[in-house]
Design a binder for this molecule. Structure first.
Ligand SMILES: NC(=O)c1ccc[n+]([C@@H]2O[C@H](COP(=O)([O-])OP(=O)(O)OC[C@H]3O[C@@H](n4cnc5c(N)ncnc54)[C@H](OP(=O)(O)O)[C@@H]3O)[C@@H](O)[C@H]2O)c1
Length: 346
């Protein structure tokens, strides 16, 4: 670690992602001079222990960023839109986990294993991609570089923690209500701000975020646009169906890709086995493949069920799993923060 120390702010520090950011900053011994933990008025005044010392949570406000060098945002898009301009004005580099700046042409959208070279283009903001996009592009990058990819068809099986800490509580509450024979009384999913709610316990909901005019949900459009931006390839055809499943941690994805060139399946497996941040778990005879329960709590992206499409010799099927709160959010953001703090890594 560098000897230079940084004044760090975590916005949304009391949330599902913020909790993991705090844990990673502590575990990785990030070079911190001072730490601000920011939230809404609801949690302001509460105390969180960081490296054995109590830190009082403060309400995030435009002035909170005076003297801050690095600010990690995970408090929703509206908070990022409202506060990031002030943080940048105060000289902070902002790493944003929300959707607010991802498609802004002046904001790099970074997955360190894929496009860390873009980090130096930033003008005060670096965007963390959507969780389901991060794990897919991390796994596909070595295949894209070696063989080219013309088309991606992805279906996701996304954990409830992707909708925040309150959605996890809601699923656990519903599970016990249903097991007791009571009404599940859904209150949060699929989208807390929309009037219609659906049960997630013992169910599967084919809606993540709001529907767009084109019939896709916002989550699906994020996967399409962000994948093209990260791989810097507008010609890449991507289609997505995003689904919420009653899993607490870890998004799973069935990914079908059409490659531009002929490939050898063993070479694909070797590429995945060597890829940074990727773990190949692919042993059908031993029934070994990535599982959300195994990926939970780990930083890596796990890939298995690697097989050639029987109907298209350039078609490839993969199963990609990662912890949405870690590589999908907190770990990717802390990796970026480490590249800023210790630029020689880049
Ligand atoms: N969960 C994931 O897997 C995931 C992955 C990638 C990106 N993200 C993005 O990260 C963001 C947070 O997600 P999450 O799952 O951590 O949500 P969460 O568990 O609901 O936490 C939300 C956090 O934001 C804070 N907050 C809410 N309103 C605020 C306001 N007006 N001003 C300041 N702070 C405010 C909350 O503070 P209080 O304690 O005061 O309420 C809490 O700390 C979202 O934009 C989400 O899209 C999430």
């Amino acid at each position: 670690m560098s000897t230079q120390l940084f004044n760090v702010a975590v916005v949304g520090a009391t949330g599902a992602v913020g909790e993991q950011i705090r844990r990673l900053l502590e575990e990785r011994d990030f070079p911190i001079a001072s730490l601000k933990l920011l939230s809404s008025a609801r949690s302001a005044g509460s105390t969180i222990i960081f490296k054995g010392k109590p830190v009082t949570v403060e309400e995030a406000a435009p002035d909170s960023f005076r003297g801050v060098d690095i600010a990690l945002f995970s408090a929703g898009g509206e908070v990022s839109k409202a506060l990031i301009p002030h943080a940048v004005e105060h000289g902070a580099v902002c790493i944003d986990n929300t959707n607010a700046y991802r498609m802004d042409p002046e904001t790099p959208l970074v997955v360190p294993e894929v496009n860390i070279d873009k980090i130096s283009d930033h003008r005060g903001i670096i965007a963390n991609p959507n969780c389901s996009t991060i794990q897919m592009v991390a796994a596909l990058k070595p295949i894209y570089d070696r063989f080219g990819i013309s088309r991606i068809i992805v279906s996701t099986y996304q954990a409830v923690s992707g909708a925040g800490a309150s959605a996890v509580k809601e699923m656990l509450r519903q599970s016990s209500e249903v097991l007791s024979g009571n009404d599940s009384n859904p209150a949060i999913l699929p989208v807390s701000s929309l009037p219609v709610k659906h049960q997630i316990a013992f169910n599967v909901i084919p809606q993540i975020d709001k529907f767009q005019e084109n019939g896709f949900t916002l989550e699906e459009m994020k996967m399409i646009r962000e994948t093209q931006k990260i791989l810097d390839d507008d010609s890449l055809e991507v289609t997505a169906t995003c689904v919420r499943v009653p899993v607490v941690y870890g998004h799973s994805e069935s990914v079908y890709v059409e490659l531009k060139n002929d490939f050898d399946i063993e070479e694909i497996k070797a590429l995945l086995a060597d890829a940074p941040g990727v773990v190949l778990v692919d042993d059908p005879s031993g029934q070994r493949y990535p599982l959300a329960t195994d990926a939970a709590g780990k930083n890596e992206v796990f890939v298995g069920r690697v097989r050639r499409d029987l109907s298209n010799p350039r078609g490839l099927n993969l199963w990609i799993v990662s912890d949405n709160l870690l590589k999908g959010a907190a770990w990717n953001a802390v990796q970026i923060a480490e590249y800023i703090a210790i630029p020689q890594q880049a």
